[in-house]
Write a protein that binds this ligand. Structure first.
Ligand SMILES: Cc1cc2nc3c(=O)[nH]c(=O)nc-3n(C[C@H](O)[C@H](O)[C@H](O)COP(=O)(O)O)c2cc1C
Length: 419
């Protein structure tokens, strides 16, 4: 499976009149640096926060807010029809209300009525505004019209407040935007009411107070799964070891652990209250038998051998817990296998054997080594199901791969669990 070259796409960035408008400059930069053609259409209120000159300089195109500018070009029709993706950020409560009603009282809302490409709203507002039934009804309407409305992040808001309603990280907005460009139907709102538990990153097994045995996992695949599941409406918890990816995904609870045994404890306890459990972490198979209280000194005798013992098999343990009724029988369990081929078989052969051994419902098989999978932005592999289906996961971003894995997960979750 080879890496396809990215094509230049036309992206319309609509900016609403919210305090987070300045952060959208980073989103514009991301798309222009990725080689896309970007047009920015702010609302008049957005220009109270960021000047037109900034948007013109960053996009390399003139900026206007009114349908009555450039009338000869009928700008709202040209911009809307020409776009491959629309990103509205920050999507203010007012802007979403106007868009939900189909108003066309400025260039941005008029353009929204002419687009036929994916539309991504990225809300940002105070928690009270976000939770207000009027806003929630508008969000539901926009989703019913086919738009993707991101779940806002939690954290510091304007002033001293904090809570749900923060604009997700610009990098996360860009990742979701790229996902919609790659696969417009990748984020249906079909996991509302589904509780998803994901392990991500690498474990670290201490040797002494300053050293550990670890691995190269960046947590990017686990975070990408969490990001996609949360944006599909799931309530997501990630138990994360060491990670090196972009910031924490918006709208996701993150629990930090260090060792394989801590991970096993968190996953086993939390799995009892999950509908889907995904083991995407790279778990150390072994740990040192003993951990020195003080830093191990160089000494004259040279390095002392490290005696290792086996860590618990968390994936197998979760399947056993389900078999024994300690977690609900309908819980969907997904494993990951990072494999290299050897003289006993190829990557896929090892994956098939692992699926049988572990007894999970789905197994994602990645080829690793030579710069593949660990720490990279993109990934490829196969999705094997206990029912015997084998699906190739074409080369693409880890977010794109996640959306394909979640399609399969959604199929296995009983309908009674979803919205
Ligand atoms: C300092 C300040 C910050 C604001 N921040 C937000 C915000 O983050 N989210 C929001 O929905 N409205 C916010 N508002 C209110 C909007 O600016 C107002 O509703 C405006 O009509 C939105 O216009 P729009 O539809 O062009 O976005 C803010 C207003 C002020 C004065």
């Amino acid at each position: 499976m080879t890496k396809p070259t990215k094509t230049r796409r036309r992206i319309l960035i609509g900016v609403g009149g919210g305090i987070a408008a300045y952060k959208v400059c980073s989103v514009i930069r991301h798309f222009t640096e990725a080689g896309h053609e970007v047009r920015v259409v702010p609302t008049p209120a957005a220009l109270e926060f960021v000047g037109k000159a900034t948007f013109e300089a960053l996009s390399g195109h003139p900026v206007t807010t009114s349908v009555f500018d450039d009338v000869d070009e009928v700008a709202h029709v040209r911009l809307g029809q020409g776009a491959d993706l629309v990103v509205i950020a920050p999507a203010t409560a007012d802007l979403m209300a106007r868009a939900a009603q189909g108003r066309a009282d400025d260039l941005l809302t008029a353009s929204l009525l002419t687009v036929r490409c994916p539309v991504l709203f990225v809300p940002a507002m105070h928690t009270e505004m976000w939770e207000h039934p009027a806003t929630q009804a508008n969000v539901a309407t926009l989703r019913s019209h086919g738009a993707t409305v991101m779940t806002p992040a939690s954290g510091r808001l304007t002033g001293t407040d904090s809570g749900r309603g923060r604009l997700p990280d610009p990098q996360e907005i860009a990742l979701i935007g790229e996902l919609l460009l790659d696969r417009p139907d990748s984020l249906p709102y079909d996991l509302a009411g589904v509780r998803v538990l994901i392990s991500a990153g690498g474990t670290r097994e201490p040797l002494d107070p300053v050293r550990y045995l670890g691995n190269h996992s960046s947590g990017k695949q686990g975070f990408a799964l969490a990001r996609a599941a949360a944006q599909r409406g799931a309530s997501v918890t990630v138990v994360a070891g060491s990670t090196a990816g972009p910031g924490d995904p918006a709208g996701v609870e993150i629990v930090r652990i260090a060792t394989a045994r801590e991970l096993a404890e968190e996953m086993t306890t939390r799995a009892a209250h999950a509908d889907v459990v995904i083991m995407a972490a790279a778990v150390a198979d072994f740990r040192p038998v003993s951990v020195a209280d003080a830093k191990i000194k160089k000494g004259d005798a040279g390095p002392a051998p490290i005696e290792l013992t086996t860590n618990p098999d968390i994936l197998r343990g979760l399947v056993e817990a389900r078999d024994e009724g300690r977690i609900p029988g309908e819980t969907v369990i997904v494993g990951f296998a990072a494999e290299t081929g050897d003289e006993t078989g190829g990557v896929l052969d090892h994956g098939r054997a692992k699926l049988k051994r572990k007894g999970c419902d789905l197994l994602v098989v990645n080829a690793v080594g030579e710069g593949k999978a660990f720490g990279t932005e993109d990934n490829t592999g196969w999705l094997l199901s206990a029912e015997g289906a084998e699906t190739a996961l074409p080369y693409g971003s880890k977010t794109l791969m996640s959306s394909r894995i979640l399609d399969e997960v959604r199929r296995l979750v009983p309908d009674s669990r979803g919205a």
